[in-house]
Structures are given as C-alpha cells and as structure tokens.
Design a binder for this molecule. Sequence first.
Ligand code: SAM
Length: 240
Amino acid sequence: MTLLPKALTDKRDVPRAFDAIARSYDVSTALNPGYNRHLRLSAERLRLPPGARILDLCCGTGCSTQALADAYPDAELIGLDGSEEMLARARRKPLSKRADFVLGDAMDPAQSAGIEGPFDGILMAYGIRNMSAPDECLRRIYDLLAPGGVICFHEYSVADSNRSKALWNAVCFGIIIPMGFVTATRSPIFRYLRKSVINFDGVRAFEQRLADHGFVDVHTEPMDGWQRGIVHSFLARKPA
Ligand SMILES: C[S@@+](CC[C@H](N)C(=O)[O-])C[C@H]1O[C@@H](n2cnc3c(N)ncnc32)[C@H](O)[C@@H]1O
C-alpha cells in the first residue's frame, strides 16, 4: 500500500484537482514569501492606462485579480477559472464588487464562457503551464487582445538553468510537497506542480513560442527573493 495519491497526468484534470485544495489555497500562498507582492509586480508590468479592460485568466481564488485591482483601481476586471471551488472563494471576497468571476476553460474562453474581446491587457498567473495545448491557448489569447494590447504570463520556468532547477527541486521536496501532504494528504497537485515546472519551456523557448504566435516586444522580467530565476513575468504585445 502506498500513501501517495495517484499522479495527475492529464492537464484537463487540473481544475478539478484545485477544487479539492481550494479551502487551503489562500493560507498556503500567504505562507509563500513574496507570492502576492510578485503578482502585483507582474500586474504593474502590464503598464495599462486608466479605464483598461483586463482579463485575469486562471484567476483561482482571486489573488492575481486582487493584484490587478490594486494596480488599476478603475479598470474593468474579469476573472476566469475552471475550478468552481476556487471561484467560490473569489466570489466571497470584497474584490467581487470590483470584478466579475466566470467559470470557463482558459483553453477557449469565448466558447466555454462567452468571454469576448478585445481586452487591453491579460494576466495569466500560473496558468499557461497547465494548458493541455499551450499553442492553441496562445492563439485564442492573441485573438482576445486589442491591437496594441499586452499580456503578462506570470509563470515558473527553470529549464534554462541547472541552479534554478536544483533550487526548485529543493523547495518542492523540502517544503511544498511535505506541506501539501499535511494540508491535503490525498491531493496529487503538489507533485504535479514540481513536475509541470520542470517540464515547462525554458525562458528562451517560451519567448520564442510567443514570437512565433505573432507577439512583439517579447521580454522577460525577474522576481526577487528565492523566486529569482524561477518565477518570471513574460511580457508581450499584440502589434497595433
Ligand atoms: C496556481 S492557481 C493560480 C491562481 C491565481 N492566478 C493566483 O495567482 O493565485 C492555477 C489556477 O488555474 C486554474 N486552471 C487550470 N487549468 C485551467 C483551465 N484549463 N481553464 C481554467 N482554469 C484553469 C486552476 O483551477 C487554478 O485555479
């Protein structure tokens, strides 16, 4: 008999896995030094004008939406997520007076949730790595953006650096997986998290992927703290 939960191998099951850990999600992220401050950094890096229309893809319990609300107090905000339980938590927050929270599939926001562009800005925090077909998702994101609109992928990427890979593995095996075992023993999500980050594009490969989709001004900005070289703001713009 093993205490380990069955591995999460199909990315389409990720939202359901988040349903199961939604209750402890905000506590876990609050224990992660820099988590909310880094989301705010990525939100600010979009550099959007007043009154912008912004989509938060894979908004979860609304931590990333809160970062957008703080950075752009008069923006129109829509958050989309595939996990009903994560969204239920977002909808209970005062933030829900500032943002609409919609259930849908980030692989196809228009078809799954009737989300219509154009958006001046899109933030996708810890989302693109979880897509079953990232190129398809990028095509749809491109279509949702207004000409000149900007996107920020706030995401882990360690493949380009052995130091980053080693530090990520140490944080996962030393902290994230043991803590996950305490807060959600039967959840496969924390082991999935480690592997999905290890398998995700390196910084250069992801930048190239964005350029291949027609995005311009593609560049990457770093975080501070232990996340330096591990979490990044990947920024790009749709040509005007
Ligand atoms: C790590 S959480 C990030 C939440 C939030 N952006 C934040 O920064 O705290 C990832 C979220 O992506 C959502 N997700 C994963 N795959 C999805 C999909 N195909 N469509 C919509 N949401 C998805 C999960 O349900 C989960 O809420």
